[in-house]
Design a binder for this molecule. Sequence first.
Ligand code: SAM
Length: 247
Amino acid sequence: TTSFYVVATPLGNLRDIGMRALDILAAVDVVAAEDTRHSQRLLDAYNIRTRLVAVHEHNEQAAAESVLRMLEDGRHVALITDAGTPGISDPGARIVARVRAAGHPVVPVPGPCAAIAALSVSGFVEPGFHFAGFLPPKSAARRVALEALAAQTVPLVFYESPHRIDASLADIAATLGGEREILIARELTKVFEQVVRLPLAQASSWLAEDANRARGEFVLVVSPPPPREGLSPASEKVLQLLLEELP
Ligand code: SAM
């Protein structure tokens, strides 16, 4: 059988690629990419001559079938997407599902992932996180989705594009509450990389302060709800009893 490699690529800085990723991209018969022009720059930077084929988002099903045909013709295929780890909030997931269902080995070649890069510098200490990916594009649906996440006790991680960052920050603050903290990670590993952490109540004004701040790609990490003020009635009672015993 032939192998299907799922290869992580840089988020921006072309040096952020693993040695094994380079070996595999050079060794396979075909590299299936989201945008061949974008990915050609990566292959050119490392003098990799492997043939690139496009896997467009609007025709994922057809793309999955064509990848499958290549594998069945005995060709080794590597899947890459525009940035980061394929399959994480991008068209890679459906292709992987199809190839896996057909019984081909699917081999991960790990590397950069925008969500993990942002979390790694967030300073949020809760163990675990909830990766929510992209929020719905329309405000009403977005607020419903956010309400459903409000009770999570771990940090929430979102992806956002420059088109909606403004509206999303407003909805996140309105539904989750201004006292939570948000980490805004913009253009990670690129020239205009910027990472700030501030109370959610200040996020919209931070964004509005400079038009450049709304540019680029974003990861948002939101802290869990602050612990509730006061104790439950049961704990209150226990505390009362303990206090009575103090000398
Ligand atoms: N699969 C990729 C991953 O997990 O790294 C993400 C693909 S998704 C289609 C693209 C989104 O990832 C962007 O809208 C943004 O939210 C995030 N992203 C990608 N590159 C980024 C970067 N350099 N800085 C911040 N966010 C980035």
